[in-house]
Design a protein around this ligand. Structure first.
Ligand SMILES: *[C@@H]1O[C@H](CO)[C@@H](O)[C@H](O)[C@H]1NC(C)=O
Ligand SMILES: *[C@@H]1O[C@H](CO)[C@@H](O)[C@H](O)[C@H]1NC(C)=O
Ligand SMILES: *[C@@H]1O[C@H](CO)[C@@H](O)[C@H](O)[C@H]1NC(C)=O
Ligand SMILES: *[C@@H]1O[C@H](CO)[C@@H](O)[C@H](O)[C@H]1NC(C)=O
Length: 406
């Protein structure tokens, strides 16, 4: 099963699913995703620290950050490596790790400790903070809104730029007194690039690593994604009345089935159809199985609509509500002296090489000694998070890059 594009592309593809479907459709397709009717009843009692970190011998703290619009985001802090004795003397550099759309912080932790990014960073002497996007399993609390009500879901990634990243950066800054390193994957790169282009976060930032960067999506290769993005824009929210976009939920499941009746879409292996890929260099099947168990995670339908606007418009702009022309995020405005590490893959169906080149063109006046670009020929979208060989191929370069900045 080709899962390579999944982390992002399920998000950018399943997404567009209008949900106005007859409820009696036969559920004959094997979509690979079980239907989850009630996320809260599915949630494990224990958090990520207990399920995926502490059992490997690392310290880990469960924390919560409240945004100024009331969303309560969970954050896991891994303050030191497994073998390090508590050395209060050494000041550690913090790293915030932000996942992509339709997954949560757990995706970073599916591989064994010696293969996964958060624990590799901890073992390299960093103070690691794993973020979990609003709406995902561990970040569904709010000071006044309830996720079972539409009002909770009235947001898109602009709000992650405006509220979530600043709240997380302020919190980590406050707790550590240090400038922050950042690692983003997929949507985690988009929101930070958009932030930088508005001059946000830059005063608190030390450096940023952008894995599978997503800024433009004009060349996205995923078959269903393209069909979906071209078919269903804008009307989704009103048409579906389903403010939460849960890939494991019944409405999305039904929509997938309807989409798969299109003769142009080969759903014999749905994930191949989604990712546009059938080969698979670097994912261990045991990791894929864990992924299927724990992911994907919900986001808001409005976020999905915003992403599909990005696919179609070819510019990076704020949410288009159809009333006024949305303001653009001009990535040329990213300060030229920000230390940036960018890694992109030749097999990435979502973050296509041509789209990354457009991003790099926006960065053409960046200080040469502050921009480090890596191209990995056989890597696809999910490899940056879950490949068994990502340590040697990517993560060691990320840690070296962070250590080089001063
Ligand atoms: C979901 O599960 C929780 C916990 O079991 C329960 O309290 C809640 O009522 C359920 N919600 C729905 C919509 O079934
Ligand atoms: C940061 O710390 C200051 C001083 O303790 C406090 O007033 C402020 O609210 C804190 N900000 C955040 C985002 O935690
Ligand atoms: C794949 O996972 C299995 C089970 O965790 C492990 O035994 C095997 O060594 C892994 N393969 C690679 C290449 O990491
Ligand atoms: C973005 O900013 C650059 C430099 O400030 C400017 O030359 C360019 O025209 C802007 N692009 C758009 C689409 O506004």
């Amino acid at each position: 099963m080709a899962l390579k594009g999944l982390l992002g592309s399920v998000g950018l593809t399943l997404c567009f699913f209008v949900l106005e479907l007859e409820p009696h459709q036969a559920q004959t397709l094997s979509l690979g995703l079980s239907v989850r009717e009630n996320i809260s009843s599915n949630s494990p009692i224990q958090g990520l620290c207990a399920s995926s970190v502490i059992l490997h011998g690392y310290k880990c703290q469960e924390l919560e950050v409240t945004t100024t619009d009331g969303y309560i985001l969970s954050l896991q802090r891994i303050p030191q490596g497994r073998t390090q004795v508590c050395d209060i003397e050494t000041v550690k550099q913090p790293v915030i790790i932000q996942h992509g759309v339709l997954v949560d912080g757990m995706t970073w932790l599916l591989n064994p400790p010696e293969q996964n990014l958060p624990l590799i960073l901890a073992d390299n002497g960093f103070d690691v903070w794993i973020a979990n996007a609003r709406g995902t399993r561990y970040s569904r609390k709010h000071t006044s809104l309830d996720p079972s009500k539409p009002a909770y879901w009235n947001w898109c990634w602009d709000d992650m730029v405006t509220y979530d990243l600043p709240a997380i950066f302020d919190y980590v800054s406050n707790q550590t007194g240090q400038k922050i390193n950042y690692v983003g994957h997929s949507l985690g790169t988009l929101i930070v690039l958009a932030s930088f282009s508005e001059g946000k976060l830059v005063n608190q930032l030390k450096s940023a690593a952008l894995l599978s960067p997503v800024a433009y999506l004009n060349h996205m290769k995923t078959e269903i994604g393209i069909i979906a993005a071209n078919s269903f824009i804008g009307e989704i929210i009103t048409a579906s009345g389903e403010p939460e976009f849960d890939p494991k939920g019944l409405p999305v499941h039904r929509f997938m089935e309807a989409l798969c009746r299109d003769p142009g879409v080969d759903c014999s292996d749905l994930f191949t159809a989604i990712t546009g890929l059938s080969d698979n260099c670097c994912l261990n099947s045991s990791t894929v199985n864990l992924f299927m168990m724990h992911e994907p995670q919900p986001t808001s339908t409005k976020n999905v609509v915003h992403l599909s606007q990005t696919v179609r418009d070819g510019v990076l702009a704020k949410f288009d509500n159809g009333k006024i022309t949305p303001q653009i995020y001009n990535l040329s405005n990213i300060p030229h002296n920000l230390p940036l590490f960018i890694s992109y893959g030749g097999e990435d169906a979502l973050s296509d090489v041509l789209d990354v080149r457009k991003l790099l063109d926006d960065l053409k006046f960046h200080d040469a000694d502050k921009l480090s670009v890596q191209f990995i020929n056989n890597y696809a979208h999910a490899d940056y998070v879950m490949a068994f060989n990502a340590k040697d191929i990517v993560y060691n370069h990320v840690t070296a890059f962070f250590k080089r900045q001063f």
